[in-house]
Design a protein around this ligand. Sequence first.
Ligand code: F0G
Length: 359
Amino acid sequence: MNGQARPTLLDRYGSFLPLTGATPRLSLGEGFTPLVHAERLGAAWSLSNLWLKLEGCNPTGSFKDRGMVVAVARAVEAGARSIVCASTGNTSASAAAYGAMAGLEVLVVLPRGKIAAGKLLQAQAAGATVLAVDGNFDAALRVVRELAAQEAHPVTLVNSVNPHRIAGQTTAAFEVCDDLGRAPDVLAIPVGNAGNISAYWAGFRAYRGAGRIDSLPRLWGFQAQGAAPIVLGHPVEQPETVATAIRIGNPASWATAVAARDESGGLIEAVSDEQILAAYRDAARLAGVFCEPASAASLAGVRALRAAGRLDPDALVVCVLTGHGLKDPDTAAGLAAPAVEAEATVPSVMAALGWQERR
Ligand code: F0G
């Protein structure tokens, strides 16, 4: 079984993926992520059937691994020696890891100063060449598209404009349906470059086409208020949000995201940084799930729409938590209570806790 002890994502869903007999069956153990019923969090928000898809449990800590394994495998099959991507951080961490595994040169172009600390370290640790540019993600994506089109140094683009990325990411929709035994009523998801919402919709449709599910979910996408081009209906020149992963002003998959919204009877709306951070805290404290800020946009949106009476309390809702909280320690530290100092003795610890000694 391809050197792997257990079936891999490519084994499990190969019949739905663009693989050939010559595609190397790579794996770092991507996919098979938990779908957790968040009972306390749901109760706090008056939702009885709230589920969290923990994509932070992927090997590099985000959903990007699902698409990257397919994109890198196909690049290797095609004889590529070098891959490139622009990124707000997670795509670069994933490209660096899968590229390292496959022995490829990895180039990542990142907006300088706007990448969460953990993500940057992941790319550097894996030996990727990191190019920090003065410009946002949209500018970086323009650069790598042109870089991949030139011929002096052949390099394969592994952003989600590469269709193998989107194909791999459809597997998350398959897993949700396989775990629930049906499609959810609502699937809520953060939207940045808009590839993932497009991939989920393609996945649900493929699964219904194959007779694996009877119904399709409504897709609810959420952008950060300061980076909400799809909601506004025009590109945003200077996107800004605490959720740096989705700090994107001109999404590449804009049209397919709008199609996913409209064909599913769903919506794409904006949530504020305050709403995002409140949901981020609630996920950690009421569900035990430490996600990154961008991921909490899905939760923040569901919470707001429930509060506005636009969501049935018993609806089966899946929120996609796209990346792990440890990637962005600075945001977490900004919200953390300081440690309580004490000597390494029981009386000192009890005193620090304000506990009385029993007489
Ligand atoms: N959540 C996280 C944690 C992300 O890293 C991203 C995108 C998204 C949501 C949005 O997904 O772009 O498919 O709409 N991150 C990309 C990156 C842009 O470079 O890592 P999307």
